[in-house]
Design a protein around this ligand. Structure first.
Ligand SMILES: [Fe+2]
Length: 224
């Protein structure tokens, strides 16, 4: 299996003119993916840590290019990474913008972990799924179809979250605490319980309500 090192990933990010804020987003996604990978592997998941790190760092490699062209940045990014010679990482890049019910019927994969990690990082901030999707709806739900797709994506991603954390000792809320303290392509520190904070699913459904309200009203965009 050919997987780029963290240094090679950083070079690819620079060579593809990835802006600093997307680089930082990608580092954060890699941190989350690696942290979850370590936890899942303790339970015997057998995930490839190098693949998780590289997938996290490169998942948005085509984001800027596609903002200009309007293409799907997952598919274009996957094509780019495959052409460079990293087909397994390409698979993760392609998969990070889609989810299917069938993904829930198999053991957790590297693709699913990076996909989930990406949905926990809004820009560079670690947030709950509802906050991330609320932001996506505000920025990208320019059509009813797109909004419905995001709502379905969120529903499935909440199930992915349940699946990932089913046998873990940590909770989804704990991620925000340890992500900041982790090197993006290496080890993982213990989750400090003192950094626990309110998590959307338990305490704050306002974003979800707004998404649902928009769906009910057939509005194309959310405001406020
Ligand atoms: Fe991303």
């Amino acid at each position: 299996m050919n997987i780029p090192s963290s240094q090679q990933c950083l070079s690819l990010m620079v060579n593809h003119e990835m802006p600093a804020h997307i680089q930082e987003h990608s580092h954060q996604v890699a941190r989350i993916a690696l942290g979850l990978g370590r936890c899942l592997n303790r339970q015997g998941a057998g995930l490839n840590m190098e693949l998780l790190g590289a997938g996290g760092l490169l998942h948005d490699i085509a984001k800027v290019h596609c903002l200009r062209t309007g293409e799907n940045h997952g598919l274009v990014g996957g094509r780019m990474v495959r052409q460079i010679g990293y087909p397994q990482v390409a698979h993760i890049v392609e998969d990070h913008v889609r989810i299917a019910v069938s993904d829930l019927q198999h053991p957790v994969t590297e693709s699913l972990v990076v996909n989930y990690a990406d949905k926990r990082v809004k820009h560079t901030e670690v947030v709950c799924l509802e906050a991330r999707f609320g932001d996506l709806v505000e920025r990208y739900a320019v059509t009813i179809e797109r909004r419905d797709f995001l709502n379905q994506f969120l529903s499935l991603m909440l199930r992915v979250e349940d699946m990932i954390f089913a046998d873990l000792e940590i909770q989804p809320v704990d991620i925000a605490g340890w992500a900041r303290a982790m090197p993006s392509h290496g080890g993982i520190l213990n989750a400090p319980g003192s950094e626990r904070q309110a998590y959307c699913r338990q305490t704050d459904s306002s974003v979800m309500n707004r998404v649902s309200a928009a769906s009910h009203d057939n509005r194309w965009r959310l405001h406020g």
